[in-house]
Design a protein around this ligand. Sequence first.
Ligand code: NAD
Length: 497
Amino acid sequence: MERVSATSPISSAAGAGPEQGAGDVAAMVERARRAQPVWAALGTRERARLLRKMARALARDEEIVRAIIAETGKPRYEAEAIEVLYTCELTRFLTSRRGRRALRPERRRAGFFVTKELHVSYRPHGVVGVIGPANWPLLNNYADAVAPLLAGNAVVLKPSPLTSLASHRAVALWSAAGLPADVLQVARGGAATGEALARTADMVLFTGSTDGGRAIAQVAAERLIPAVLELGGKSPMIVLAGADLNAAVGAALWSGFANGGQVCIRTERVLVASEIADEFVRRLAGRMRSLRQGVASPADEDVDLGPSGTAANIARAERQIAEAVAQGARVVVGGERRVDLPEGFLAPTLLDGVTPEMAVAREETFAPVLPVLRVRDAEHAIALANSLPVGLSAIVFAGSRREGLRVAAHLQAGSVCVDDALVNYFCVEAPLGGWKGSGLGFRHGAECLRQFVRTETVVVDSPLLGWITRALVAPRIAFPYRAAMTRLFRRFMRWRY
Ligand code: NAD
């Protein structure tokens, strides 16, 4: 797989060097394992302070923005105002009092052995391997390391070999900010390096394709280590008859073509009510023709769409378009590679007359292609939306908030946006994750932090009532069993349940 060559003159050798094999990865994990107890011993508040320091450095770093643009070709807006901003916002929330509360030890009262106290505490797993995708070199790479780090783990981050500069820059900023060495490291390489990491780390967080996630799940199953899997989708956008058409068209445009069509929660298929479909397609086609696609300048906002991803992505999209056309779909806009631009640009493409059996309606495209399928009503849209073996996200434009929420409640997806698009990814206070083949676990929300800790429960006598256990309960509930106790518990059960 190759990606469009760098478009910015950044001269960083950070990501250079041979692919790291199993031995290198094992040595990194070993170093991380030695550094981790000291990091954990700092306590959650201090780790939060250091991670906020890191966010401050990122928010002011021109080099990270240029690294992202250089390795992806995306517009500056997407590098800075999406990737860096998101990373800082996620850090702000997770390190806030509300986020940190998820890691605080708790004391609970026992309901059966009422004289006992239950102390529940959360301890880091140790070393978490974070394996990141190519499309968001910071937002799904260093940013994914923030929750495991805050929870007290060390992280070995394995970015995609296609876009690893931003991760190396993040580690450089980590060192420059005086954060502890070896707590965050970056491994160089592709699938084999990722697998080696999954074979040595104590836990793995994988973001990438569903196939890659399955491979990681197999390794995790063999080793019985926890794995959080954030995988691909085929997210539907539902537009019903009463919808605000201009708003829906704007949402389809941004969610279909942001990041050159490489967003996990992007609109991968539009399910539009038949009676408004012609008008929807007409307006969307008009807006698409004004999209500026090309090589972004790192200093300006002269482009809306950068390159369309890996050669494999583009080839898959072309195959899906060709198959759809052969089966009766119509290319309304685009449909071909841009010959007037450097290699790697597929023109933003709108396909009408798509039917559910076509590959473009079923398989993830992950490129700037929007297929439109016509539906009879909300129930038909819900059935089609739920018909695939993935369920990452969805968008609903239903004409009213009430109907939007009703439709959302019937969708099989980890996150749904009503009357808007993509903003759910920035709502970091609430969990976001995949159903079905879109993954296991979730990112965001204080809940996500609990994935990166083990739970320990300590049961101990309460200081005031403990004597009751010792004097009356303990001697009677264990050996030797007595018929009188069985009768007592029988009476108790019939009274209590
Ligand atoms: P990919 O699966 O090809 O690669 C992702 C990462 O996993 C890379 O670092 C790669 O080197 C590594 N990898 C691949 N196969 C592996 C294996 N068998 N063992 C270990 N490591 C392996 O995905 P990509 O093309 O980089 O990213 C695009 C995919 O990621 C899309 O499917 C997209 O939907 C998904 N994605 C999901 C989310 C989410 O939050 N759910 C976010 C971003 C991207």
